[in-house]
Design a protein around this ligand. Sequence first.
Ligand SMILES: Cc1cc2nc3c(=O)[nH]c(=O)nc-3n(C[C@H](O)[C@H](O)[C@H](O)COP(=O)(O)OP(=O)(O)OC[C@H]3O[C@@H](n4cnc5c(N)ncnc54)[C@H](O)[C@@H]3O)c2cc1C
Length: 311
Amino acid sequence: MSKLANIYVFSDKPSRIRDLIGVATPLGDKVTAIVIGAQPEAQAAAAAGAATIIAIPSQEGVIVEDYAPSIAEAIRGAGAAGLVLLAAGKRGKCLAAKLGAALRAAVVNEASAISLDGGLAVSHMVYGGLANATETISSPLAVVTVASGALEAAPCQAVAGAEIRQGVFVPPAHPIRLVKREAKAGQAVDLAASRRVVCVGRGFAKKEDLSLAGDLASAIGGDVGCSRPIAEGEGWMEREVYVGVSGVMLNADIYIALGVSGQIQHMVGANGSKTIIAVNKDKNAPIFNFADYGIVGDLYKVVPALVAALK
Ligand SMILES: Cc1cc2nc3c(=O)[nH]c(=O)nc-3n(C[C@H](O)[C@H](O)[C@H](O)COP(=O)(O)OP(=O)(O)OC[C@H]3O[C@@H](n4cnc5c(N)ncnc54)[C@H](O)[C@@H]3O)c2cc1C
């Protein structure tokens, strides 16, 4: 199959627009970015490589999901055939479902591959990362969410004189009422974009000890992530930084697992790293089947020694 005639990209996070356009460009003849806002947002999309931009006017107190009818209208007006690529965050997935229903389009979340050989087909993980499924798309339009770094993005040049079209705001039939916005405590880290990641597992006995992982991350100029139980069970770290099939998919140069057992649901998120280093006191821990380098030992002794050696 030749390229798709139209690909539409949208992300509520401006930082994802560039890589979505990079994923779209080899697949489509024409890439249209849909943005919420006006000239500055449209120009940013043009700078990221979009040739056509549809700008939907931003509305006070309207959350991203409630732009679904407006985005659907923009896509309908542009032909409603081809592919819509969205960032695979919580809001992106919610939006994907709404767009799928509004546009009668197939929806696939967290694509691991998109192929045009013999028609549009989208692969994604199933059974908690134990298997891959490939969906052959039979609807004229498909909506696909893509996690940061999950698909290769072609480098794109800024488009001078990109065509900017004015979209319309279509109020949702059942709006969500925004009560208030509150900034999250702590600094947000985009772990999918990190080159070096130190990962905290349940081998840590208490929250105060996480500073050990922070020391190692500082020594190598990296960021700290964790396994799911550390975020969802213990609540010691933010949910945004747990690695795995239901969390962040890493694309790092170095991934250092500290007290992580290496269950498949975690490792599918870590496996994209070029070099995997594991510290675990159990020599039979599954993580050692994935590791390029392994240290069998107590992280409470190994990590301070590593930090001292790196200083
Ligand atoms: C549908 C589904 C989705 C899931 N998605 C995810 C996901 O996205 N991400 C994810 O992480 N998990 C996910 N899980 C959970 C996953 O299966 C594992 O339970 C989890 O990854 C285990 O976390 P852990 O390695 O930190 O803890 P554990 O499995 O408890 O391992 C702790 C490790 O620390 C070692 N250790 C203990 N003390 C020390 C010490 N002092 N020094 C060195 N080593 C020590 C132990 O030997 C052990 O290997 C999912 C599960 C399901 C069912």
